[in-house]
Write a protein that binds this ligand. Structure first.
Ligand code: FES
Length: 76
């Protein structure tokens, strides 16, 4: 099943870690050959900035995302 990842590109989330998270996810997809299984989109600010950086994966919003948390979710 294709996973949809929507990374908040709002300035708060981007500055709080989503710039790095985006790079991390792109590398992770490349390294694990997941191109056909994961689609990445940029999302707008959801007014959840203080809980950011936020990333939505398959419709669920996750808060305070780090590369470690992302890997944990993607492995499931
Ligand atoms: S910038 Fe991401 S929720 Fe506001």
């Amino acid at each position: 099943m294709v996973k949809e990842i929507k990374i908040c590109m709002g300035s708060a989330c981007f500055a709080r870690g989503n710039a790095d998270n985006l790079r991390f996810i792109e590398d992770y997809i490349k390294e694990n050959n997941l191109n056909s299984q994961i689609e990445i989109y940029g999302g707008r600010c959801k007014n959840l900035c203080e809980k950011g950086p936020t990333i939505e994966i398959d419709g669920t919003i996750y808060y305070e995302m780090t590369p470690e948390k992302i890997v944990e979710i993607l492995r499931k």
